[in-house]
Ligand binder design. Sequence first.
Ligand code: AMP
Length: 423
Amino acid sequence: MNILVINCGSSSIKYQLINREKRKVLAKGLLEKIGEINSSQVHRIGGKVVKKQDEVANYEEGLKSILALLLDEKRGVIKDASEISAVGHRVVHGGEDFFHSVLIDDEVIKTIKSYISLAPLHNPPNLAGIKAARSLFPDVPQVAVFDTAFHQTLPEKAFLYALPYQYYEKYKIRRYGFHGTSHRYIAERAAKFLKKPLKELKIITCHLGNGCSITAIDKGKSIDTSMGFTPLEGLVMGTRCGDVDAAAALFLMEKENFTTAQMDNLLNKQSGLLGISGISNDLREVQKWVVKGDQRAKLALEVFVYRIKKYIGAYSAVLGGLDALIFSAGIGENEVNIRDKVCQGLEFLGVYLDEKKNRARSKASRFISTEKSPAKILVIPTNEEEMIAEETWRIVNKTVNGESGIVNSKKQTARYNSPELLK
Ligand code: AMP
């Protein structure tokens, strides 16, 4: 079964065509600058890199262009569009309505639309991608896989902010958490690696990329996570500040006469590693300056590591113990020094890093804790596309082969939110 995984950004389409049985990526690519004169495309197809530049006016044209390449006589990987059996869409915000992936129908689209105010930059392009794919593949089942869904198991005490309760009721202001697909993927892979059922494990997953978040997972369920109402909260990130006293933002707005948009830009785009170091949001760049003796670069790294460590302590307390600490994404998978600094001093939690294993370069999932470490430390490369494909396969299979076939939307939404499916 070939599954097309689509991730639509503000002017881009990232995609992978995955053969589920062979667990093979047949093609993948990125189409950028949709709506501009020079849309750029980079595809990896049949082991070759194909670059294209032409005008792609909208998401539907973008998808058509991708499909044409997949079908291309010389370079293509499929002979007919019917070889695509399902489409899986990454959708950022599913609010409180979806705690699982769902088969997309009109009702589901309406609900995703209702969360545009909570994810104004993400849900509209996600919806545009869904619309384009439905029009291009009208008979193919389409599945929405939400970034927020995995964290819908957070208990009220973890997701509620101590603001007047009426604003939770009125605007649904609460912690949602993001990167859910990645945290879930990492945790499931870790359980396989540990040869233990997820239901018996207390896990902390650190997704450390340009965006960073950390999640406490108890018996396979997310019970707390660092990103909040938006992806701004929690860890220090490339350009996001993470945790900050809300009063500091108010103070700045008053002193600097910032508009809401300016303040938003400062917190999301000018802070984090970039903000402290004044050098870059890219950790590799910051490290280069640390080596040169730059004090602000050093400080940025210290704050970055300290915040992660603090969350690990807090989440170990919340979990009441720790079986596995997992590092993933660009920084988590590659940055030996960061893993080293984060783990230093965590021995009281049973976390013992094996320095040699930590320094060994590898792209594979691996243990980096000592043999005797009570809590295991692992590096697990994340793969959100694989998880989306797996979820798509699971939902399509259940729906098509399930007891009642493809059910109508209202029932379906209820059905897919049923705790039964979380098992
Ligand atoms: P991501 O958002 O997952 O692509 O991660 C991007 C972050 O990972 C940036 O801060 C990079 O500096 C950092 N990083 C460190 N080492 C590497 C590497 N070898 N490859 C890619 N990203 C890396």
